[in-house]
Design a protein around this ligand. Structure first.
Ligand SMILES: [Fe+2]
Length: 242
């Protein structure tokens, strides 16, 4: 089976539509979503509806919890907080109902899925450094764990000696005896200085993972952000990918 893995859509409908069209073209069997469907972007309900319709598995991210009063807003920076308040006023009853039911972590198809970290996902910590990864590898049993949250794609591998390192192979051949934490990047607000929408495809029969980047109409999303009176910075950052 081939799985399209998407994360951190953040209400960016143009980016999500572009990624879904690409996944359809690449004929994935299933779509798995690692959370943060909303927050920052101007189309929260539309993104929830599309993911509800297209994804087989959907997890909760911190931005999905925040407008539901499941997370203290003091956790967020001022732009994020302002966008969460904007989103909260506009979320439909059906979006709220859907988001309320999302789990934080899931084991399915032989892999682990989580928005933030396998260790205490409700703390919303990040896996960025080798030290972060070393703390988290013992917290899941599968060979591979897919994550989002930082909006920066990365693959960290741990060998049988429990040494961890970052690897750049793309596509990536998953090898016996090694374990992997794979961040699939962000659909709707990339932060690796590449503004293209990011997502991954995992093929479990080929034991292969590949990160893809696709263009979308950034100008259209920026225009909607500005017309919605969301913070200007949220529009600007999309074109630089930060
Ligand atoms: Fe996010």
């Amino acid at each position: 089976m081939r799985y399209g893995i998407v994360s951190d859509i953040h209400g960016n409908l143009e980016a999500l539509e572009s990624v879904l069209a690409d996944l359809e073209k690449r004929q994935v069997d299933s779509i798995l979503c690692l959370g943060d469907l909303i927050g920052y972007g101007p189309n929260p309900n539309e993104c929830v509806d599309l993911i509800k319709d297209r994804a087989e598995v959907v997890l909760a991210g911190n931005h999905d919890y925040a407008p539901l009063d499941k997370l203290d807003l003091s956790y967020f920076n001022p732009w994020a907080r302002s966008a969460i308040e904007w989103t909260k006023e506009r979320l439909s009853a059906s979006s709220v109902e859907f988001l309320l039911a999302l789990p934080l972590k899931k084991e399915i198809y032989g892999v682990t899925l989580v928005h933030s970290t396998p260790l205490q996902p409700e703390e919303w910590n990040y896996i960025i450094t080798i030290g972060d990864a070393q703390k988290n590898f013992p917290q899941f049993d599968n060979q591979v764990c897919f994550i989002g949250h930082s909006h920066v794609p990365i693959v960290i591998v741990m060998d049988s000696e429990e040494d961890c390192r970052v690897i750049q192979d793309n596509p990536l051949q998953i090898q016996d005896g090694l374990r992997y934490i794979i961040n699939v990047g962000s659909v709707g607000q990339p932060r690796d200085l590449n503004p293209l929408a990011a997502f991954g495809i995992y093929d479990d029969s080929e034991q292969r993972y590949e990160l893809f980047r696709v263009e979308y109409d950034i100008g259209k999303t920026q225009k909607k952000i500005r017309e919605s009176l969301l913070p200007e910075y949220l529009a600007e950052r999309l074109e630089v990918g930060q």
